[in-house]
Design a protein around this ligand. Sequence first.
Ligand SMILES: [Mg+2]
Length: 353
Amino acid sequence: MKLSEMGEDRFLAELRERIPDPSSHVTLGIGDDAAGLAIPHGESALVSTDVLVEGVHFTRQTLPPRFIGRKAVAVNASDIAAMGGRPVGILVALSVNVETEEDEVLELIDGVVTRCSELTIDFVGGNLSASPGPMMVSVSILGTSLEGNMLTRAGARSGDAIYVSGKLGAAAEGLDLLQEGMAVSAAGALLVPSGLRDGPVPLAEICLRAHMDPEPRIDLGQFLCKNGAASSCIDTSDGLVRDLIRLCRESRVGGRIEETALPIHPAVLAWERLRRRPPLEQALSGGEDYELLFTSSDEKILETWRDSENTPLTRIGTVTEASEGVRLVLREGTERELTTGGWDHFQTWKSPR
Ligand SMILES: [Mg+2]
């Protein structure tokens, strides 16, 4: 049934039934004019917001509704992770065309609910409005961090090492594959168009997953923060280069990263080889990896993370003086100044991803 046939109140009642009872941190849940959350003594609140717009951040072809919901939660949780905090509650504001099928929206909300429960985040409220155009999913997230103790983009010092978690480029590769016609069926099966069947298909699935269902590095962010292991931190949403430049700007430093050190995802290497493209661009400019990019002067503490956890950390370069700018040392030893690249929300919006 279309939303226009169903009417708002009936639909809201359906929605409400799908949202589980909140945890004990929530003093007042859904149903009132605002929600209430208790912040434990000695902690302070972190707040952030992010919007996913149809035609800009996703299309119905590249992201089924359940994954729109899951991703909206994950990308917001990633911002809290980048601050070293713990995500605790979210609010979801949804604008949808009234001609949208009820099932699609319910599936999206189910995606939000499931991802929240996986990440132990309370769904504390939301808002629903008709949209004359594209669907918009706006999520606000509330997190907590120990008082006076949060990671920021601003603390890098010349001489610190630059690290990145995980592997780079898989989400961007996944988007390319989706745009070339690869898809995941409602039952979760991978649909491969004939033109892509000769490629490394199992690796393609990893890339699709990386794009559709990113994993925020919450535990790593908290580890870095609690142990004072990072001097600055940002999550890589718009591509390694763009986010490194942002971090360097806020810290008033420069940076030098090395091509040979970049942990390019093996799936990216395989697929880009097939496309006869150098994989470097995907690793540098492909966005949405949602890894943590951070600086540190304490290799010893990072070893304790490496020993006990499975998210790999790779040293990719060194913080330099601001006057040196942000540079990439290429495989053959030459240097290239990094100025742009990555996802620019205003310059590149006309070519929807
Ligand atoms: Mg961010």
